[in-house]
Write a protein that binds this ligand. Structure first.
Ligand SMILES: C[S@@+](CC[C@H](N)C(=O)[O-])C[C@H]1O[C@@H](n2cnc3c(N)ncnc32)[C@H](O)[C@@H]1O
Length: 250
Protein backbone atom coordinates (compact mmCIF):
# COMPACT_ATOMS: atom_id res chain seq x y z
CA UNK A 1 0.00 0.00 0.00
CA UNK A 2 1.41 3.43 -0.84
CA UNK A 3 2.44 5.54 2.11
CA UNK A 4 -0.20 8.24 1.81
CA UNK A 5 -3.01 5.66 1.67
CA UNK A 6 -1.51 3.89 4.65
CA UNK A 7 -1.63 7.10 6.69
CA UNK A 8 -5.20 7.87 5.59
CA UNK A 9 -6.25 4.43 6.78
CA UNK A 10 -4.29 4.83 10.01
CA UNK A 11 -6.13 8.04 10.80
CA UNK A 12 -9.45 6.53 9.82
CA UNK A 13 -8.86 3.75 12.35
CA UNK A 14 -7.66 6.23 14.97
CA UNK A 15 -10.31 8.93 14.57
CA UNK A 16 -13.30 9.44 16.79
CA UNK A 17 -12.15 7.02 19.50
CA UNK A 18 -12.60 8.12 23.11
CA UNK A 19 -8.95 7.53 23.92
CA UNK A 20 -5.77 6.55 22.09
CA UNK A 21 -4.07 4.40 24.70
CA UNK A 22 -4.88 2.23 27.71
CA UNK A 23 -6.24 4.28 30.60
CA UNK A 24 -9.30 4.94 32.75
CA UNK A 25 -10.50 7.50 35.26
CA UNK A 26 -9.73 5.35 38.34
CA UNK A 27 -6.07 4.96 37.34
CA UNK A 28 -5.62 8.64 36.49
CA UNK A 29 -7.14 9.46 39.89
CA UNK A 30 -4.94 6.95 41.71
CA UNK A 31 -1.80 8.40 40.17
CA UNK A 32 -2.91 12.00 40.74
CA UNK A 33 -3.64 11.33 44.42
CA UNK A 34 0.00 10.32 44.94
CA UNK A 35 1.03 13.97 44.36
CA UNK A 36 1.12 15.42 47.85
CA UNK A 37 2.83 18.84 47.64
CA UNK A 38 0.77 20.65 45.05
CA UNK A 39 -0.28 24.29 45.10
CA UNK A 40 -4.09 24.86 45.13
CA UNK A 41 -4.10 25.57 41.38
CA UNK A 42 -1.24 23.60 39.80
CA UNK A 43 -0.10 24.32 36.28
CA UNK A 44 -0.18 21.08 34.28
CA UNK A 45 1.22 20.13 30.88
CA UNK A 46 -0.68 17.13 29.44
CA UNK A 47 1.86 15.76 26.97
CA UNK A 48 0.50 13.95 23.88
CA UNK A 49 -3.06 14.49 25.10
CA UNK A 50 -4.72 12.77 22.11
CA UNK A 51 -8.53 13.13 22.14
CA UNK A 52 -8.20 14.28 25.74
CA UNK A 53 -10.03 11.80 27.95
CA UNK A 54 -7.37 12.03 30.67
CA UNK A 55 -7.31 15.83 30.22
CA UNK A 56 -10.96 16.07 31.21
CA UNK A 57 -10.40 13.55 34.03
CA UNK A 58 -7.51 15.65 35.33
CA UNK A 59 -9.66 18.78 35.25
CA UNK A 60 -12.11 16.99 37.57
CA UNK A 61 -9.32 16.10 39.98
CA UNK A 62 -7.81 19.57 40.41
CA UNK A 63 -8.65 23.28 40.25
CA UNK A 64 -5.45 23.83 38.29
CA UNK A 65 -4.96 24.83 34.66
CA UNK A 66 -4.04 22.35 31.92
CA UNK A 67 -2.10 22.96 28.74
CA UNK A 68 -3.13 19.95 26.61
CA UNK A 69 -0.55 19.41 23.87
CA UNK A 70 -0.59 17.16 20.81
CA UNK A 71 0.84 17.35 17.30
CA UNK A 72 -2.31 16.00 15.61
CA UNK A 73 -4.82 18.85 15.09
CA UNK A 74 -7.85 16.52 14.77
CA UNK A 75 -7.30 15.27 18.33
CA UNK A 76 -7.23 18.85 19.58
CA UNK A 77 -10.58 19.45 17.83
CA UNK A 78 -11.99 16.37 19.60
CA UNK A 79 -10.67 17.71 22.89
CA UNK A 80 -12.18 21.15 22.24
CA UNK A 81 -15.62 19.52 21.92
CA UNK A 82 -15.07 17.67 25.19
CA UNK A 83 -13.99 20.92 26.87
CA UNK A 84 -17.17 22.67 25.74
CA UNK A 85 -19.31 19.79 27.01
CA UNK A 86 -17.48 19.80 30.35
CA UNK A 87 -17.73 23.58 30.82
CA UNK A 88 -13.99 23.82 31.61
CA UNK A 89 -13.20 26.38 28.89
CA UNK A 90 -11.20 28.65 31.26
CA UNK A 91 -8.94 25.92 32.64
CA UNK A 92 -7.94 23.78 29.64
CA UNK A 93 -5.98 25.10 26.66
CA UNK A 94 -5.53 22.77 23.65
CA UNK A 95 -2.12 23.43 22.17
CA UNK A 96 -0.52 22.23 18.93
CA UNK A 97 3.10 21.33 19.65
CA UNK A 98 5.89 18.79 19.43
CA UNK A 99 6.91 16.99 22.62
CA UNK A 100 10.41 16.50 21.18
CA UNK A 101 10.91 20.22 20.66
CA UNK A 102 9.34 22.27 23.44
CA UNK A 103 9.40 26.07 23.42
CA UNK A 104 7.94 26.88 26.82
CA UNK A 105 9.57 29.14 29.34
CA UNK A 106 11.64 27.06 31.74
CA UNK A 107 10.44 26.13 35.24
CA UNK A 108 6.73 26.86 34.75
CA UNK A 109 4.89 23.55 35.24
CA UNK A 110 3.98 21.91 38.56
CA UNK A 111 3.16 18.67 36.73
CA UNK A 112 4.02 17.11 33.40
CA UNK A 113 1.48 14.38 32.75
CA UNK A 114 2.24 11.84 29.97
CA UNK A 115 -0.39 9.15 29.77
CA UNK A 116 0.63 6.57 27.15
CA UNK A 117 2.74 9.11 25.27
CA UNK A 118 6.31 9.22 26.63
CA UNK A 119 7.31 6.27 24.39
CA UNK A 120 7.20 8.68 21.44
CA UNK A 121 10.24 10.62 22.61
CA UNK A 122 11.58 7.63 24.59
CA UNK A 123 11.28 7.06 28.34
CA UNK A 124 14.77 8.26 29.29
CA UNK A 125 14.85 11.14 26.82
CA UNK A 126 11.46 12.34 28.07
CA UNK A 127 12.64 12.42 31.68
CA UNK A 128 15.79 14.30 30.65
CA UNK A 129 14.44 16.73 28.07
CA UNK A 130 11.26 17.73 29.92
CA UNK A 131 13.08 18.39 33.21
CA UNK A 132 13.87 22.10 32.56
CA UNK A 133 10.18 22.91 32.16
CA UNK A 134 9.25 21.68 35.64
CA UNK A 135 9.29 23.91 38.69
CA UNK A 136 11.52 22.93 41.63
CA UNK A 137 10.10 19.73 43.10
CA UNK A 138 7.73 19.48 40.13
CA UNK A 139 6.18 16.13 39.22
CA UNK A 140 6.51 13.99 36.13
CA UNK A 141 3.84 11.31 35.84
CA UNK A 142 4.04 8.89 32.92
CA UNK A 143 2.43 5.60 31.97
CA UNK A 144 4.61 3.28 29.93
CA UNK A 145 4.40 -0.16 28.33
CA UNK A 146 6.50 -2.40 30.59
CA UNK A 147 7.54 -6.05 30.87
CA UNK A 148 5.74 -7.58 33.86
CA UNK A 149 7.42 -10.99 33.68
CA UNK A 150 10.82 -12.19 32.49
CA UNK A 151 9.55 -15.59 31.27
CA UNK A 152 7.45 -14.40 28.32
CA UNK A 153 7.03 -16.99 25.52
CA UNK A 154 9.28 -16.54 22.45
CA UNK A 155 6.29 -15.37 20.39
CA UNK A 156 5.73 -12.46 22.78
CA UNK A 157 9.42 -11.51 22.91
CA UNK A 158 9.68 -11.56 19.12
CA UNK A 159 6.54 -9.45 18.77
CA UNK A 160 7.92 -6.71 21.00
CA UNK A 161 11.41 -6.80 19.52
CA UNK A 162 9.59 -5.65 16.38
CA UNK A 163 6.89 -3.41 17.90
CA UNK A 164 8.65 -1.84 20.90
CA UNK A 165 12.29 -2.86 21.22
CA UNK A 166 12.95 -0.27 23.95
CA UNK A 167 10.47 -1.83 26.38
CA UNK A 168 11.99 -2.34 29.87
CA UNK A 169 10.81 -4.00 33.06
CA UNK A 170 9.78 -1.99 36.13
CA UNK A 171 13.27 -2.08 37.67
CA UNK A 172 14.79 -0.82 34.41
CA UNK A 173 12.42 2.15 34.30
CA UNK A 174 12.98 2.92 38.00
CA UNK A 175 16.73 3.03 37.31
CA UNK A 176 16.12 5.59 34.55
CA UNK A 177 13.93 7.69 36.85
CA UNK A 178 16.61 7.81 39.53
CA UNK A 179 19.44 8.26 37.02
CA UNK A 180 17.78 11.31 35.45
CA UNK A 181 17.37 13.20 38.74
CA UNK A 182 13.86 12.28 39.88
CA UNK A 183 12.56 10.71 43.07
CA UNK A 184 10.32 7.68 42.63
CA UNK A 185 7.12 8.30 44.56
CA UNK A 186 5.23 5.21 43.48
CA UNK A 187 4.11 3.07 40.59
CA UNK A 188 1.33 0.64 39.77
CA UNK A 189 0.21 -1.58 36.92
CA UNK A 190 -2.92 -0.41 35.13
CA UNK A 191 -5.74 -2.97 35.44
CA UNK A 192 -6.86 -4.84 32.32
CA UNK A 193 -10.12 -2.82 32.37
CA UNK A 194 -8.01 0.24 31.41
CA UNK A 195 -6.84 -1.56 28.27
CA UNK A 196 -10.40 -2.39 27.30
CA UNK A 197 -11.39 1.29 27.60
CA UNK A 198 -9.04 1.70 24.63
CA UNK A 199 -9.36 -1.65 22.83
CA UNK A 200 -13.16 -2.18 22.92
CA UNK A 201 -14.05 0.91 20.83
CA UNK A 202 -11.05 0.19 18.59
CA UNK A 203 -12.20 -3.38 18.00
CA UNK A 204 -15.69 -2.12 17.16
CA UNK A 205 -14.16 0.36 14.68
CA UNK A 206 -12.10 -2.42 13.04
CA UNK A 207 -15.28 -4.52 12.56
CA UNK A 208 -17.05 -1.61 10.86
CA UNK A 209 -14.07 -0.92 8.58
CA UNK A 210 -13.82 -4.60 7.61
CA UNK A 211 -17.33 -4.31 6.15
CA UNK A 212 -16.56 -0.99 4.47
CA UNK A 213 -13.38 -2.34 2.83
CA UNK A 214 -14.61 -5.86 2.03
CA UNK A 215 -12.83 -7.18 -1.08
CA UNK A 216 -9.78 -4.88 -0.73
CA UNK A 217 -7.10 -7.27 0.57
CA UNK A 218 -4.34 -4.73 1.26
CA UNK A 219 -6.67 -2.62 3.42
CA UNK A 220 -8.03 -5.68 5.22
CA UNK A 221 -4.45 -6.75 5.95
CA UNK A 222 -3.78 -3.46 7.80
CA UNK A 223 -7.00 -3.90 9.77
CA UNK A 224 -5.89 -7.44 10.68
CA UNK A 225 -2.60 -6.05 12.02
CA UNK A 226 -4.56 -3.86 14.42
CA UNK A 227 -6.80 -6.79 15.38
CA UNK A 228 -3.72 -8.95 15.99
CA UNK A 229 -2.43 -6.47 18.58
CA UNK A 230 -5.73 -6.75 20.47
CA UNK A 231 -5.81 -10.57 20.22
CA UNK A 232 -2.24 -10.65 21.41
CA UNK A 233 -3.21 -8.76 24.55
CA UNK A 234 -6.10 -11.19 25.14
CA UNK A 235 -3.65 -14.09 25.11
CA UNK A 236 -0.55 -12.65 26.75
CA UNK A 237 -1.53 -9.76 29.04
CA UNK A 238 0.12 -11.40 32.06
CA UNK A 239 3.56 -10.76 30.52
CA UNK A 240 3.32 -7.03 29.77
CA UNK A 241 1.25 -4.08 30.82
CA UNK A 242 1.05 -0.36 31.23
CA UNK A 243 2.66 0.95 34.40
CA UNK A 244 2.03 4.40 35.87
CA UNK A 245 5.27 5.92 37.21
CA UNK A 246 4.81 8.82 39.63
CA UNK A 247 7.98 10.85 40.16
CA UNK A 248 9.19 14.17 41.54
CA UNK A 249 12.23 16.29 40.72
CA UNK A 250 14.90 15.63 43.33
C1 LIG B 1 -0.77 6.63 22.34
S1 LIG B 1 -1.46 8.20 22.10
C2 LIG B 1 -2.00 8.63 23.75
C3 LIG B 1 -3.01 9.75 23.73
C4 LIG B 1 -3.67 10.08 25.06
N1 LIG B 1 -2.74 10.45 26.08
C5 LIG B 1 -4.52 8.90 25.50
O1 LIG B 1 -4.07 8.13 26.37
O2 LIG B 1 -5.63 8.77 24.96
C6 LIG B 1 -0.05 9.24 21.83
C7 LIG B 1 -0.40 10.67 21.44
O3 LIG B 1 0.80 11.41 21.21
C8 LIG B 1 0.60 12.24 20.07
N2 LIG B 1 1.92 12.55 19.49
C9 LIG B 1 2.68 11.79 18.65
N3 LIG B 1 3.85 12.38 18.39
C10 LIG B 1 3.83 13.57 19.06
C11 LIG B 1 4.75 14.64 19.18
N4 LIG B 1 5.94 14.62 18.56
N5 LIG B 1 4.40 15.70 19.94
C12 LIG B 1 3.20 15.75 20.56
N6 LIG B 1 2.28 14.76 20.50
C13 LIG B 1 2.59 13.68 19.76
C14 LIG B 1 -0.30 11.45 19.16
O4 LIG B 1 -0.96 12.28 18.24
C15 LIG B 1 -1.23 10.79 20.18
O5 LIG B 1 -2.33 11.61 20.45
Amino acid sequence: MEEQKMWELFWEIHSGNPREGPGEYQSTKRAFEMLKDLPPKPRILDMGCGPGMQTIDLSCLTDGTIMAMDNHPQFLDDLSKKIEESGQIDRITPFLGDMCNLHFEEGIFDIIWAEGSIYIIGFEKGFLQWRPFLKDRGYLVASELTWLRADAPEEVKEYFIKEYPGMLDIEGNLRIIQGTGYRHIGHFVLPESAWWCYYSPLEEKISQLRLKYEGIPETLAVLEDHQREIDFFRRYSEYYGFVFYVTQLD
